[in-house]
Design a protein around this ligand. Sequence first.
Ligand code: NAP
Length: 269
Amino acid sequence: MDNNAVLEGQRALVTGASSGIGKSIALGLAGAGAKVVVNYRAGGDKAAQVVEEIKDSGGEAFAIQADVSSESEVQEMFRQAVQAWGSIDILVNNAGVQKDAPFHEMTLEQWNAALAVDLTGQFLCSREAVREFKRRGMVPQISRALGKIIAISSVHDTIPWAGHANYTAAKGGVKMLMKSIAQELAPEHIRVNAISPGAIKTDINKSVWGTPEGMEGLLKLVPAGRIGEVEDIAKAVVWLASDESDYMTGETLYIDGGMMLYPSFRTGG
Ligand SMILES: NC(=O)c1ccc[n+]([C@@H]2O[C@H](COP(=O)([O-])OP(=O)(O)OC[C@H]3O[C@@H](n4cnc5c(N)ncnc54)[C@H](OP(=O)(O)O)[C@@H]3O)[C@@H](O)[C@H]2O)c1
């Protein structure tokens, strides 16, 4: 099989694709032959650059501004995507934020802001995608699946994280949202999976890897001894979006250099 064309003819929507992991996913899907909607909220210039990069490599893409936590904006985004390309075959729920605070100081605003983007955003986008998959119906020459949803979660859907109770609650919620809709939709050949990254070098955690002390502390948590690159995640998304993973649904891939392996037990315990 020509791996460069594994998603030929498919149409993908990637939320939060203006930077970091989402940008790399958009480039990866386009590199595999998919047309890509580059969603963003604030970074219009950066989203336009991602679109240009895809077009320069011979792909097709356009950007849509929408806040994934707004029902009306998400519905309008899907309407525009379907109007442009006829349907959507792949949704990647990547948009995410951190609103960190010690628990006793966490405001309701910080709590709600993280839950709204990181969990409710995944619900709203997944629901619109599933409605579209069902409306379109099966197209066997495009994919064995009616549609594919990939949730970008985090190792913190499992590892507790002091000072980030809102983020971990949201990511833990993503894990069970993903599994429940995977169970519900498997008979209709809609596949729903998640990727839980460990530490990946992006803006979201620059304050940690951006200093030598921060990087040193981080690497103690990663048995593989390096921080992850955005491409480590994008490659797995392409595989999960393709028919190569057709028998897989309701699963989480932890891509974390071994962060989930209780690294302190290598020398302790
Ligand atoms: N980096 C890591 O180590 C790591 C580890 C585990 C999980 N993750 C997860 O990976 C995902 C991507 O994170 P990242 O590291 O790539 O961070 P990032 O560089 O800060 O990117 C976050 C993206 O989300 C978008 N976004 C934020 N709020 C949005 C909203 N309401 N509606 C639409 N888009 C919105 C941002 O778009 P604008 O800038 O245009 O607003 C941006 O493109 C997140 O879900 C994060 O939790 C990251």
